[in-house]
Design a protein around this ligand. Structure first.
Ligand SMILES: [Fe+2]
Length: 186
């Protein structure tokens, strides 16, 4: 496992592995850039834009999806927690927390809004079970009371939309100054 410890490492990881398939019709880098562009267009903070850009870094670090033995409906690479653990020491909690919660946000929305579950992409529906499935009522309430609830849901909505095949929105380097600024401010 190749764990980034600096902003340069993060960008190098996307340079090296960003062309890998996201499990849908977009690459990791296309997905990351589309997600960050949606965050920016929504007027999100720099930290939330960085979270949108880097929310799936855990997939790249664990690097098990796409291998022969990996099954989307049975296996979970824990990319939410792993991504947050990677990002927290580099960029801080404001970036790491929405990343940590973006799978819980999906589970919460599937629980509270059955129609949301129906319209998820095939890969996202397949992974739900392995990610723990629906939440209990108590888990829903605890999540709704979490201070990171709103940002996690916002990130989730961009994540769901950022899957447009062949749409390359800008370049990773467009975000280097923003991400470096967040690291330097720590
Ligand atoms: Fe994603």
């Amino acid at each position: 496992m190749n764990t980034p410890t600096t902003v340069q490492d993060l960008f190098a990881l996307y340079d090296a592995k960003g062309q890998e398939h996201y499990g849908e019709f977009v690459t990791q880098t296309e997905h990351a850039l589309q997600c960050a562009a949606l965050a920016r267009a929504s007027g999100a903070s720099d930290a939330l834009i960085a979270a949108a850009l880097l929310h799936d870094v855990g997939h790249l670090v664990s690097d098990v999806q796409g291998t022969d033995r990996y099954r989307f409906d049975e296996d979970d690479d824990g990319h939410d927690a792993l991504g947050a653990r990677v990002l927290s020491p580099i960029l801080g909690a404001a970036v790491a927390q929405p990343v940590a919660l973006h799978v819980t946000a999906k589970r919460w929305r599937c629980t509270r809004e059955p129609s949301y579950h129906e319209q998820l992409s095939p890969a996202s529906r397949a992974t739900l079970k392995a990610q723990g499935g629906l939440l209990s009522e108590e888990e829903c309430r605890r999540f709704e009371a979490h201070p990171g609830f709103a940002n996690a849901l916002a990130l989730r909505s961009w994540d769901d939309t950022a899957k447009v095949a062949g749409l390359l929105v800008g370049d990773l380097r467009d975000y280097e100054e923003l991400v470096t600024g967040l690291a330097d401010a720590r």
